[in-house]
Design a protein around this ligand. Structure first.
Ligand SMILES: [Zn+2]
Length: 72
């Protein structure tokens, strides 16, 4: 997600606003950089996602923070 604002906020504040926590430059969560098909399932409700963006959107909507890889 791209922000049009350049305000400073802590990760906690960003989460409180329903935004994904900002990552360091060039850094990604290790589990998210696997090559090939990408699929994760929400631990809370088992919904399956095929991109980080979809996960982020689900988290923003539901506050479900945990996803497990379900490559099959
Ligand atoms: Zn969920």
């Amino acid at each position: 997600m791209e922000s049009l604002m350049t305000i400073k906020m802590t990760n906690a504040e960003a989460l409180a606003l329903g935004m994904p926590a900002p990552q360091g430059k060039g850094r990604r969560t290790p589990r998210a950089v696997a090559s090939g098909p990408y699929a994760t399932a929400c631990v809370e409700c088992a919904e399956v996602f095929f991109s980080r963006a979809a996960e982020d959107r689900h988290f923003a909507e539901t506050r479900h923070p945990r996803y497990e890889l379900v490559l099959a």
